[in-house]
Structure formats: C-alpha cells, structure tokens
Design a protein around this ligand. Structure first.
Ligand code: SF4
Ligand code: SF4
Ligand code: FES
Length: 272
C-alpha cells in the first residue's frame, strides 16, 4: 500500500503505475516523498500506519492502551522503564512498544498473563528500589507511578525495600529534586534537552548507583544553563522534581504546556 505526503491534487484518479512512471519521468510528482504504510493487528484490531511508526503509536491509533512510564508525547523514546513490553508473534522475546518499529503483518499482543505479570513485577521493583512514601509526597494523588500501581493491580511489593540513602537538592530558587522518588525514567533529561534546549540534566553512575545529575554534577542552583522554565517539573512522573512551596498532594503536573509547545513547534505556529 502506498500513500503520498505533500500532494494536494486528487490522487484517486492515479494508479500506482502512474505515480512510479511520473516520478521516473520527473513529471507531475517529481520530488514528492512516497510513504509506505504497514498493516498489522494489535490485540485483534487491524491497524494501517505509516512506516517507521512505533508499535506504541500503532496501538494508540488502534485505541489499545499500553502502559508507559518513560514515554512522554513530544520527546524521543529511550525504552527505559520496560512497562510497554509487548508480545509479537514469531519473536521469542518481549519487545518494548515505544522503541519497536512496526512491520508488515505483525501480530501484536499487549495484555497476556505473562506480560501483565512482568508489568506488575516492574512496578513492585520500582517501589522497593526507592523511598516512595506516598503519604508524605507532594505528588500523592497526582503521580503516574501510583496510577501505574493501581493499573497493574499492585497492592504490595513482594521484594524487600532497599531504603537507599539519597539526597534532596533544594538549591534552586524555585524547584527541588528528591532523588528518593526518582525512577530514572530520564524524562527530565530529554525534555530539558529536546524542548527547552538547555541540557541541564544527565544520568551519572551505573546500575544501582545511577542517578540524574544537574550541570557537571553541581547542585541545581549553581547551574547557570537552567532557565527555570519548569518543563522538567511538569515532565516528571513522580514527586521527584517539585516546585518549592508545594506540600503533600499539592504538586500537579501539567503536561498540556509541554504538548502545546511541541504541537506549536511541529506546526511552526510561531511563524504565523
Ligand atoms: S527548569 Fe527548564 S531549564 Fe531548568 S532544568 Fe528544568 S527543564 Fe531544564
Ligand atoms: S527526576 Fe523525575 S523525570 Fe527525572 S528521571 Fe527521575 S523520575 Fe524521571
Ligand atoms: S514506555 Fe516503553 S520502555 Fe518505558
């Protein structure tokens, strides 16, 4: 199946052979980009989507919800949290939907008993690995990790708590970061780099010692590159990055600001 980008004349009268002939002859459709469409099924729903799209995007198009934590619309995907793992017929291992491209004829299953069990286990591990004391968290009631626990049916963790000793940095005049609640999704890193263009955040360390850092491992308040735009605050799925002055349950993450900026940039609205 073929579709065309950027061609405004009616295409219904053209046959595939016409397009190819015209492109070869550099006539009517010269310079236009041909776009291939892939057809696949997700949980039994037929989907046709542009080549290069991710399985996650295809699932959205099909109206199938796949749980995500590190994915955020408008920024790149890194496949960090593994909550979006799906089963693809003919492939033995589970693949993350956010970084797997669609292919023709794929048969994808997003909610098998095995996947649901893995997802629950991942969320349990996230809770046991940090210090997520929801009752005293600024994001209590407005936390994607909490929501995810409810979605996967987790009411306790089967793993022992690590109780790590982690820092809280409140050196920034407006914001703070509590590393105890960080799940290393790296949304802050990507949103600051890709949308704000400030690249204040990075990940340092390996394995259990990995953590997000600001600047060259300086305290946040000393990083002059920070514009105090607050995008990382809104992107953070937990109460890890917060606005100063927020108390328990007061931190609300507003993704609509990020979506507005991304849409405006994609459509070049600021040029109008
Ligand atoms: S407030 Fe803005 S510039 Fe500063 S770290 Fe967050 S996203 Fe980056
Ligand atoms: S601070 Fe928040 S956004 Fe950044 S990695 Fe940790 S949980 Fe994710
Ligand atoms: S959303 Fe795909 S790995 Fe996190």
């Amino acid at each position: 199946m073929l579709g065309l980008i950027g061609f405004k004349a009616p295409l219904t009268s053209l046959k595939r052979e016409d397009w190819v002939q015209d492109l070869r002859g550099e006539h009517l459709l010269s310079g236009l980009k041909l776009m291939s469409v892939k057809t696949l099924t997700i949980d039994g729903v037929d989907v046709a989507i542009e080549e290069g799209s991710t399985v996650l995007a295809a699932a959205k198009a099909a109206g199938v919800r796949i749980p995500v934590l590190c994915h955020l619309d408008g920024i790149s995907d890194v496949g960090a949290c593994r909550l979006c793992l799906v089963e693809i017929r003919g492939i033995r291992k589970l693949l993350p939907a956010c970084v797997t491209e669609v292919a023709e004829g794929m048969e994808i299953h997003t909610h098998t008993p095995e996947i649901d069990e893995y997802r629950k286990m991942i969320v349990e591990l996230l809770f046991s690995e940090g210090n997520h004391v929801c009752a005293v968290c600024v994001s209590n009631g407005n936390c994607e990790l909490q929501d995810m626990a409810i979605e996967v049916g987790m009411d306790h963790t089967r793993f022992s708590y690590n109780f790590p000793q982690r820092e809280v940095d409140i050196s920034h005049p407006q914001f703070g970061i509590d590393h105890n609640r960080c799940i290393l999704c790296t949304r802050c890193v990507r949103v600051c780099d890709e949308i704000e263009g400030a690249h204040v955040w990075d990940v340092a360390g390996r394995g259990a010692d990995a953590r997000v850092i600001t600047g060259l491992n300086q305290v946040w308040g000393e990083v002059t590159a920070c514009t105090a735009c607050g995008k990382c605050v809104d992107a953070c799925p937990t109460g890890s990055i917060f606005r100063k002055g927020s108390t328990v349950e007061e931190m609300v993450h507003d993704h609509s600001k990020l979506e507005f900026l991304v849409t405006a940039r994609e459509k070049r609205q600021w040029l109008r």
